[in-house]
Design a protein around this ligand. Sequence first.
Ligand code: TRP
Length: 340
Amino acid sequence: MSDPKFTPRVFSGMQPSGGLTLGNYLGAMKRWVDMQNAGTHQTIYCMVDLHAITAKLQDPDTLRESTREVCAGYIAAGIDPERSILFNQSQVAEHTQLAWIFNCVARMGWMGRMTQWKDKAGKNAENASLGLFAYPALMAADILVYHATHVPVGEDQKQHLELTRDIAAKFNHDYGVDFFPITEPVIEGAATRVMNLQDGTKKMSKSDPSDRTRINLTDDADTIAKKIRKAKTDPDPLPDTIKGLDGRPEARNLVNIYAGLAEVTPAEVVAQHAGSQFGHFKVALADLAVEKLASISSEMARLMDDKAEIDRILRRGAERAREIASPILDQTYDIVGMLR
Ligand code: TRP
């Protein structure tokens, strides 16, 4: 349940690691655009460059370029920098200022239980950065510095959102206030999770060594069509109910991708193509993918041609973000007892 005390506000963030894929598009970008267009919430979207340096050293020029590229991708996909606030995390200092307070609210034990910390730090935790350990406190600050009420994320971020709620609740309790909202996660459904084109049990990933396993948002029409034609499937035709996709991860993935792009349910796709051979279905899917994605890739390329314009959009976004974040940070510091 949303607390009526807080403005309905969506916040989400994405690491600017470049190389956007169809998985990013259907899993995150398109959902963010839909939330913007629904008009029910104010929408704030952020490239989290400060998070991008927690796990490993990033080449400075590559990081700058990736931040611009992800920004261009979001705009190309339909984020309107006027209707939404679109900005880069490090350009709004309030995030790190609030993160410090949260570093003092969150407990070592809570952080140590984060599965992403355990996975990323692995056996070599002694050598992981302090920033990687504190990552979820910065993420909580990203969200709560806007008093965001709803946060769309993938399943893998659910635990970090629970931690965000714990931090908000402990802060409110420790200081005897009702200041931070208990944010609602909006978890991505299985149908929008795009899997690897050659192995339907793995997520589509920009870091997979084989380019055939994914569709990049920068791929041209021929490349998109070829990758779909060569995607792995099984010898059976499309079933007539989604139940018939059980145990057929590659078949299910292609149906899900079709559904996501066509904005219908997987059940409707199956009903429409029941009995059809995958060879046939892939032709229809390739046409659909090219139709939906070609304009995004050309728009992205056009935007990337004018970097000064992207930088201007991000500076303006940061200014607008600060208008919300700055008074919330001020009140937080006041609650904590920092002289203002
Ligand atoms: N941790 C998120 C991810 O890797 C990115 C992120 C950072 C984020 N801050 C956030 C997502 C705030 C939602 C809200 O996907």
